[in-house]
Design a protein around this ligand. Structure first.
Ligand SMILES: *[C@@H]1O[C@H](CO)[C@@H](O)[C@H](O)[C@H]1NC(C)=O
Ligand SMILES: *[C@@H]1O[C@H](CO)[C@@H](O)[C@H](O)[C@H]1NC(C)=O
Ligand SMILES: *[C@@H]1O[C@H](CO)[C@@H](O)[C@H](O)[C@H]1NC(C)=O
Ligand SMILES: *[C@@H]1O[C@H](CO)[C@@H](O)[C@H](O)[C@H]1NC(C)=O
Ligand SMILES: *[C@@H]1O[C@H](CO)[C@@H](O)[C@H](O)[C@H]1NC(C)=O
Ligand SMILES: *[C@@H]1O[C@H](CO)[C@@H](O)[C@H](O)[C@H]1NC(C)=O
Length: 416
């Protein structure tokens, strides 16, 4: 079937040179845009095509070792999916996949060998059996990556400078990753990989959103801006620092359930564009070090074994301030209460409800992003629920800035 589709194109476009040259030169345009490969013989039928215009889909009739040799470029997708019989996937010629490279639900896959592959628009590898080695030397252009539920031991071959999104989850043998990426324009998600996974992004300068869980070491020495939000849950690291982060533009910063974390430092952070949630990090005895933080656009919610809570430069919190500690923080609550809303006797720098509570044994049990439960409130009335907080955003702590701006716009118009 495949050969029938291809033959006219090969003859029409590539015949002259393809006959003499050892290297295939033909551009094979596939009718319907998709070449369906039902057997190794079908794949061999592509050997004369240097460029395959369209997508290649390998069906579950293909078993054993699958080899796609000849093509250097597939302009569309290469899809090998839902195939329990395929053992290996290889190509010694393929350099570029213009669309998606999907290896999905290949339970018997042992190896992937594409040593020449350097460029893929979207790489989606999910549930790929026992494949332990990427079999690639340098994948230096890829926009979107999902590697999920694999036995890969290392993904160092993925070495790009910028990327749209990256999702690494449930790869139990990946224990280290240190890519040279400088920017991430979408989501970075890392979770449930190797037990002691160490992650470092030495060159990362900005990232849209990041969510990292279950890692034992992490570092972002150059990160200056998070455009959206940053979330760190259930990690095993014993300290965390964003040495160069100055702001999150629109989203939350959240640390929940990082049980070994003793140290949390943000030496340059001045603004959080969403909310701040720090909860159930039971080894942390203070709220972290925020020496220059002055503005939080959302709410602040803190739950933990704190003996000390300090925000030395804080001047504006548009949402609620909601703190509860298993220990005694009465003195810090008194200091912070000066910023409470005027309705609670403060100077109004905190616009939402102010709650500050000591000696609450259950403090660590509330890890939700919602603020202002009103239970056992000290240091304020806790009854003013009409403040500007809205439970939206990753940790539910963002103020709805859109509404604020819309309202301000209407007001401005009325005044003109
Ligand atoms: C990644 O690429 C950079 C150049 O862009 C190179 O300096 C570095 O050694 C590469 N890293 C790996 C692990 O190959
Ligand atoms: C930290 O950010 C500044 C710019 O604000 C930059 O000049 C400096 O190189 C960065 N440090 C690191 C370690 O990347
Ligand atoms: C994120 O912020 C950085 C630094 O301000 C900026 O250069 C980049 O364009 C922003 N990215 C997006 C997707 O808005
Ligand atoms: C926290 O980090 C600082 C600076 O890196 C260090 O001096 C201090 O000992 C650390 N504290 C704890 C409890 O690990
Ligand atoms: C945190 O506080 C709880 C409740 O008081 C206590 O059971 C737990 O041992 C404390 N954890 C640490 C690491 O101090
Ligand atoms: C708090 O963290 C501990 C681990 O330190 C975990 O066992 C517990 O389930 C967490 N509690 C909540 C409410 O998430």
């Amino acid at each position: 079937m495949l050969v029938k589709y291809l033959a006219p194109a090969v003859v029409a476009i590539g015949a002259a040179s393809a006959q003499t040259a050892a290297v295939p030169t033909a551009t094979c345009t596939v009718s319907g845009g998709t070449t369906t490969v039902n057997s190794q013989a079908d794949a061999t039928g592509l050997a004369n095509c240097r460029t395959v215009k369209g997508s290649v889909v390998v069906t579950k009739d293909v078993a054993g070792d699958f080899e796609l040799s000849g093509p250097e470029i597939i302009t569309g997708d290469l899809r090998i999916e839902n195939n329990p019989n395929i053992n290996s996937v290889g190509s010694d010629t393929l350099q570029m996949i213009g669309g998606e490279f999907s290896l999905t639900q290949l339970t018997q896959l042992n190896s992937i060998n594409m040593l020449k592959l350097t460029s893929v628009s979207k790489l989606t590898w999910q549930s790929i059996g026992n494949a332990a080695d990427m079999g690639m030397t340098q994948l230096n252009k890829v926009d979107e990556i999902t590697i999920s539920d694999s036995h890969l031991r290392n993904i160092d071959a993925i070495n790009v400078t910028s990327i749209k999104s990256m999702n690494l989850d449930n790869n139990q043998f990946i224990t280290k990753y240190e890519p040279a990426i400088k920017s991430i324009s979408g989501d970075l998600t890392i979770q449930a990989n190797g037990l002691d996974m160490e992650v470092s992004f030495p060159n990362l300068i900005w990232a849209m959103n990041m969510a990292v869980a279950d890692v034992s070491k992490i570092s972002f020495p150059s990160l200056q801006v998070v455009n959206g939000s940053a979330r760190f849950d259930n990690n095993k690291f014993d300290s965390f620092s964003f040495p160069n982060l100055t702001q999150t533009k629109t989203g939350d910063i959240s640390f929940v359930g990082n049980e070994n974390m003793k140290n949390l430092t943000f030496p340059k952070l001045t603004q959080i564009g969403g909310g701040l949630l720090i909860a159930n990090n039971t080894a942390l005895t203070d709220n972290g070090d925020f020496p220059v933080l002055d503005t939080v656009v959302g709410a602040i919610k803190l739950r933990g074994n704190f003996t000390e809570v300090k925000f030395p430069k804080l001047q504006s919190v548009r949402g609620a301030f909601d703190l509860s500690s298993t220990n005694d923080v009465t003195n810090d609550c008194k200091t912070l209460a000066k910023m409470a809303p005027t309705t609670q006797g403060g100077n109004g720098e905190i616009e939402g409800t102010f709650d500050c509570q000591s000696n609450n044994k259950e403090a660590n049990q509330d890890t939700s992003g919602k603020t202002g439960s009103g239970e056992g409130v000290t240091g304020g009335s806790g009854s003013d629920k009409t403040s500007g907080t809205k439970n939206s955003g990753a940790a539910g702590l963002s103020v709805n800035a859109g509404l604020f701006l819309a309202a301000a716009g209407v007001l401005a118009q009325l005044l003109l």
